[in-house]
Write a protein that binds this ligand. Structure first.
Ligand code: CP
Length: 352
């Protein structure tokens, strides 16, 4: 992507695609500078306003974005629950976005339905940042993960990463795999119960790009070969019928870590439920709290890129009647959306 075209962050490919890491390099370089010289940035976004629209609960993403904007001298408004807004009266997503775009300079939104941020970007005169859409993607978590890997390990690449847990509904692992595909020398081990394995669209992407991956049935099987272990919780809120309790094979304990490499990096987007036992926290290889902290600085870096952009009239959008078959796609609740396909013919809202 040309830097000048970077206006909305909907998919991680908006920052990293086709092996081009230049936008990421710029974000990471500024991340380092912000950490080193925080005071210099304290007025950088004075006068700018961020709308924080979280239609789903959040601790890290919501508050780290708010902290990031405040640390840059900007202001924030938003809601605690969409039920406290006119969404409750039946207002469409398009109209909610039109309104909030006219009150702000950037919109950060999380939504339980896949494709909501892409839909929002069609009606917004300000940049839209996807803070997680259903089980699909979570690109700013991935920026946090990459910043952590680069900082802790010195570079991104030349490692074997195990992704463990709910790989089906865990949006962070989808974005992370797409992002890591732009860096060299990475092998992937997918560790999950059969019912929660990596979705076909991600596996298809891996095969299409010749990314080396294997599947393992438990952490114990994979752990000795791993350089990075990315743990995830079971996304119980997205499951219908599947068992949301992991068996022992997907739970990391201090005892299991005895068989791991000395320089293993353990990440988790958090929140955790029971998949990492508290006795792991004191292990120097556990980096998940550091990872959450870095989320503020990489989001500051992102806000500096996007929140200063001029407002632009929203694109003219055909009134749609889109016919995606995926019931978890935003086109099922916002019936006016135009049909948009990816270059390979999938629904661009939900990737199905
Ligand atoms: N990692 C993450 O997205 O956490 P929250 O759900 O608390 O924002």
């Amino acid at each position: 992507m040309d830097k000048n075209e970077f206006r909305h962050l909907i998919n991680i490919s908006d920052v990293l695609s086709d092996g081009d890491t230049s936008l990421w390099d710029e974000l990471y370089s500024r991340f380092r500078d912000i950490i080193a010289h925080q005071r210099i940035y304290s007025d950088a976004l004075r006068g700018s306003v961020m709308a924080s629209l979280f239609f789903e609960p959040s601790t890290r993403t919501k508050f780290s974005f708010q902290s990031a904007m405040l640390r840059l001298g900007g202001s924030v408004f938003g809601f605690e629950s969409a039920d406290a807004t006119s969404v409750k009266k039946g207002e469409s997503l398009a109209d909610t976005i039109r309104m909030n775009a006219s009150y702000s300079d950037i919109i950060v939104m999380r939504h339980p339905v896949a494709g909501a941020p892409l839909a929002a970007s069609l009606y917004s005169e300000v940049p839209i940042v996807n803070a997680g859409d259903g089980g699909r993607q979570h690109p700013t978590q991935t920026l946090t993960d990459l910043a952590t890997l680069a900082t802790v390990r010195g570079k991104i690449g030349d490692f074997t990463i195990g992704l463990c847990g709910d790989l089906k509904y865990g949006r962070t692992v989808h974005s992370l795999v797409y992002a890591l595909s732009n860096f060299p020398g990475i092998k992937y081990v997918f560790i999950s119960p059969n019912s929660l394995s990596m979705p076909d669209n991600v596996l298809g992407f891996m095969r299409e790009h010749n990314l080396p991956f294997s599947q393992a049935k438990s952490i114990d099987d994979a752990l000795p070969e791993l350089d990075v272990l990315y743990m995830t919780r079971a996304q119980a809120e997205r499951m219908s019928g599947e068992d949301s309790k992991y068996s022992d094979g997907y739970i990391l304990t201090a005892k299991k870590l005895e068989r791991a490499k000395k320089d293993l990096t353990i990440l988790h987007p958090l929140p955790r439920v029971n998949e990492i036992t508290p006795d792991v926290d004191a292990d120097p290889r556990a980096k998940y709290f550091e990872q959450a902290k870095y989320g503020v600085f990489i989001r500051m870096s992102l806000l500096l890129t996007l929140a200063r952009q001029p407002h632009e009239s929203a694109r003219a959008v055909d009134v749609g009647g889109c016919s995606c078959k995926n019931e978890k796609c935003i086109t099922h609740t916002e019936l006016y959306l135009p049909k948009i396909l990816t270059p390979d013919g999938r629904c661009a809202y939900c990737d199905e």
